[in-house]
Design a protein around this ligand. Structure first.
Ligand SMILES: Cc1cc2nc3c(=O)[nH]c(=O)nc-3n(C[C@H](O)[C@H](O)[C@H](O)COP(=O)(O)O)c2cc1C
Length: 214
């Protein structure tokens, strides 16, 4: 059984290019692997509450996991534990992850629960799984057209590695500010990137992703 956790982090929600691309990807994957289940969490449509002082104090004191301060953290970590694939659709905001995704990271990376301190650094406590990250951006941060740094990919890779997720594949939808034609070009390039990955090799072109669902 392929159990996906699908995290979506764009304020554009269902009309987001990254979100649409990821949904089309899941649809194509589901056709080839009918025993696929998807748990969707839209971090923009249903924002997580800001971190509380009680949460910070509970983390610092290594409070037991059933403490009420860990309610959201436990829920989000349990969601990850119930899945064996992770798909993230996220925009780049100011060179890195948007605040909505950063908050998810702050709830999920928890000492003593999802990672443990070790003599050589933090050790992930969750199972590794195929993880695909669709990154949308107005401009370019990869390749010959790049005019800005990418502080998203290494950061997110490190955050996921901290909890034990190492099998990460980044797929970039770049230059989206250029309008419909640019979006179509970005989708074609992303499809090309995907076809070189283990999970989606041979995936059909995701033409249905180009249709904006408002
Ligand atoms: C607050 C904010 C910050 C942004 N920062 C960047 C950036 O650093 N680099 C970039 O290329 N685009 C940036 N953008 C543009 C978004 O990446 C772009 O609108 C988004 O990827 C659209 O994708 P979506 O359709 O998946 O939501 C920013 C947009 C917003 C709203």
């Amino acid at each position: 059984m392929n159990d996906f956790l699908f995290l979506s982090a764009s304020p554009n929600q269902r009309t987001s290019a990254a979100h649409r691309f990821a949904e089309a990807l899941l649809e194509g994957f589901g056709k080839r692997h009918p025993a696929t289940r998807v748990n969707r969490r839209d971090l923009a449509a249903n924002p997580l509450p800001p971190l509380s002082a009680a949460y910070g104090a509970a983390v610092a004191r290594h409070t037991p996991a059933d403490d009420p301060a860990f309610l959201h953290s436990e829920h989000l970590i349990a969601e990850l534990e119930r899945s064996n694939h992770l798909l993230i659709a996220t925009p780049m905001h100011n060179f890195t992850v948007p605040a909505a995704l950063k908050l998810w990271i702050d709830y999920v990376l928890r000492i003593g629960r999802s990672f443990a301190p070790g003599p050589d650094g933090k050790v992930g406590l969750l199972a590794d799984r195929p993880t695909y990250i669709i990154v949308s951006s107005g401009g370019f941060h990869q390749g010959p057209q790049a005019r800005q740094p990418d502080c998203l990919s290494d950061y997110l890779r490190l955050a996921l590695r901290t909890i034990g997720i190492r099998d990460c594949h980044f797929i970039y939808l770049q230059g989206l500010v250029g309008g419909e034609e640019a979006v179509a070009t970005a989708f074609a390039s992303a499809h090309e990137q995907l076809s070189q990955t283990p999970l989606f090799a041979g995936v059909e072109p995701l033409s249905n992703a180009l249709v904006s669902s408002t």
